[in-house]
Structures are given as structure tokens and as C-alpha cells.
Design a protein around this ligand. Structure first.
Ligand code: B12
Length: 268
């Protein structure tokens, strides 16, 4: 539990963030969204300790949401703390897939937003990404599916796409759904992607992950080459993919997130 504030204290927003165990930007968002009462004094936001207590006690307050707590630990580069948040979420009943969807993905998206808006530096983003990669290393083996394999899926990205965490998360979701996954990471030349898919033997699908818009055109080229090699159905997914793009590129199925990919694979 965060320490109970002393009556009549005036806190800076940074002190509030520390007490809540969240990043400064998260506390700022609470203020902007009207959840935490604060007053602007010159360039600084000030919070009365009573208002912080009300925030903590009120329906909109309570302990900071899991994703915010995780984001704070990732931004601090606190690997042990980040795992602690994940462990608490797991022990409260969330499964690893829910941890990806409800904690890690929103935290990473918010971090990306912070980087794009200039509120955090590229070093902050890299530090957080490194901590997130450690979480995937620990959570990945927990995506287990008992029983027979439903088939084999090869997953990777087009050349130029370096968002490997997204591929790893999508691969884990598919493993959890019962598929054996050959994970090619990111940024692989088209010819190598096609060769590995060819050598993989009978496959249920080839999954192509695209996180940034500028990788959509290379994804189209990759899909053309995979089609030409006639290796199996193609599932396109990732943050930058739209149903229109999937249709235009001639993919057989489309999904924007990992659980959606599992559903799409079941339908393929
Ligand atoms: C971490 C990160 C990086 C890291 C990646 C490190 C790594 N090892 O992965 C690094 C530093 C390398 C990086 C670089 C860049 N990045 Co970056 N990055 C991010 C960040 C913060 C998180 C990415 C991530 O892991 N997301 C994982 C989850 C949360 O998101 P997701 O992509 O939706 O994935 C889920 C689903 O989509 C699904 N999924 C993914 N693939 C597939 C595939 C299939 C088949 C299926 C079914 C599902 C599926 O599974 C995931 C889990 O559910 C994002 C922010 C964001 N919004 O994601 C920016 C972001 C993706 N990056 C962005 C940009 C612009 C860049 C750079 C161009 C920056 C630059 N100027 O250099 C470079 C490009 C590098 C390159 N050539 O690829 C932009 C892209 C904007 C756009 N829409 O095009 C984002 C959105 C940031 C932003 N808000 O502007 N980045």
C-alpha cells in the first residue's frame, strides 16, 4: 500500500507519482482526465494530500491499474519490479495471454505514444523495451497447450520491420492456441523467409507481422513471393495492418492482435 498522506500537505505531481508507484506522465494523465484533482501553480501542478487520498479511495482511484504500474516499472528499467507486477496479475487470476493483452500491450503502446509526443526520450523507450523483452522471456514458456498440435505456423516480418516484441507476442498467442510455431523474429530477407517456410514441411499458415506503416509495402512484396511459392494460407497481422490492406495484399486472413490471430487460425 502507498503511504497515507499527512493532512494539509501539498504535493508536487512528481511526489504524487512516486506515492502512487506510477510514472510522472501517468499521474499527469490522471489530472488531465479529471481523475485526480490538481491545481496549476505557475508551471507546476500541485495536489492536496486530501485529494490524493480521495483518488486512492474513490471508485476511479485505488491502486493504479496493472498496465500503468507495469509501464512505470518498464520505464524505470526495473526488471524485477516489472516481473513483480506481472506475478501479482498472474496470481490475481489473469492468464499469460491476458497479461499480454491487458498489461504489456497497453503499456508498450503508451510508451510508444510518449516517445512520439516527445514526453519520453528514445533512451527511456529503449530501457523499457529491454525490460519488456525480459518479460517475454519469462512469460513465453507459459503459453502451453496440452494435447495434440493443431498444425504448424511460420511467423516473421518483411524486411525493414524490426518490431520483434510484437512477433514474439503474436507467436506466444498462437502457441497458447495449440499451434507449433516456427518463429523467425524480424527483418528477414524475403528469399530466406520463403526458403524456411518451404523447408518447414506441411504448414497450416504463414503469419506475417507488420507493426509500422512503412513496412506495409515490403509486406505486400513478401506476400506476393509467398503466394508465388504456394506454401499455404497467409495470415497478416500487427498494429499497422488494416482489413483493407489485408484484402489488397491478397492475405487469406487478418487479425490485429494475438487473440484475434488465434480465432483467425481456427477459421482458416
Ligand atoms: C518497442 C518499439 C520499438 C523498438 C522495437 C524493439 C523490439 N525488439 O521489438 C525499436 C526501438 C527497435 C523501434 C524502432 C522504431 N519504431 Co517503434 N515502437 C515500439 C513500441 C513502443 C512497442 C512495439 C511493440 O512491441 N508493440 C507490441 C504490441 C503492444 O503491439 P502490436 O504491434 O499491436 O502487437 C500485438 C498485435 O498486433 C499482435 N500481432 C503482431 N504481429 C502479429 C502478426 C499476426 C499474424 C497476428 C495474428 C497478430 C500480430 O500481437 C501483438 C500482441 O497482441 C511501438 C508502440 C506501439 N504502438 O506498439 C512503437 C512504434 C511501433 N514504433 C514506431 C516507429 C515510428 C519506429 C521507428 C520508425 C522509429 C525511428 N524513427 O527510428 C523505428 C523503426 C524500426 C524498424 N525499422 O522497424 C511507431 C510506428 C508508427 C506507425 N504507425 O507506423 C510506433 C507505433 C510508435 C508511435 N506511437 O509512433 N520501435
Amino acid at each position: 500500500m502507498p503511504p497515507t498522506p499527512v493532512a494539509d500537505e501539498t504535493l508536487s505531481l512528481r511526489e504524487c507519482a512516486d506515492r502512487l508507484g506510477v510514472h510522472y506522465m501517468t499521474a499527469y494523465r490522471y489530472v488531465r482526465h479529471g481523475r485526480l484533482v490538481a491545481t496549476k501553480v505557475g508551471p507546476e501542478w500541485q495536489v492536496r494530500s486530501g485529494d490524493l487520498a480521495a483518488f486512492l479511495a474513490g471508485p476511479a482511484g485505488g491502486p493504479a491499474p496493472w498496465a500503468d504500474r507495469l509501464e512505470a516499472r518498464l520505464l524505470a528499467g526495473d526488471h524485477a519490479g516489472a516481473w513483480g507486477v506481472v506475478e501479482s496479475a498472474l496470481s490475481s487470476g489473469l492468464d499469460p495471454a491476458a497479461v499480454y493483452v491487458r498489461l504489456l500491450a497497453p503499456a508498450l503502446r503508451d510508451i510508444g505514444e510518449g516517445w512520439a509526443q516527445g514526453t519520453i526520450s528514445v533512451a527511456d523507450e529503449h530501457r523499457a523495451t529491454a525490460a519488456a523483452a525480459r518479460l517475454l522471456g519469462r512469460l513465453g514458456p507459459r503459453f502451453v497447450h496440452r494435447g495434440q498440435s493443431r498444425g504448424r505456423v511460420v511467423i516473421g516480418t518483411p524486411p525493414g520491420e524490426r518490431h520483434a516484441l510484437a512477433v514474439g507476442m503474436a507467436a506466444d498467442h498462437l502457441r497458447g492456441g495449440g499451434w507449433e510455431v516456427i518463429e523467425l523474429g524480424c527483418d528477414l530477407p524475403v528469399a530466406d523467409f520463403v526458403r524456411v517456410a518451404h523447408e518447414a514441411g506441411p504448414i497450416s499458415a504463414i503469419a506475417v507481422s507488420v507493426t509500422m506503416e512503412r513496412a506495409l509495402r515490403p509486406a505486400h512484396d513478401l506476400i506476393r513471393a509467398l503466394r508465388f511459392a504456394d506454401l499455404g494460407p497467409i495470415l497478416l497481422g500487427g498494429g499497422a495492418v488494416t482489413p483493407e490492406a489485408a484484402l489488397r495484399f491478397g492475405a487469406d486472413a487478418w487479425a490485429q492482435d494475438g487473440p484475434g490471430g488465434v480465432v483467425a487460425m481456427e477459421e482458416l
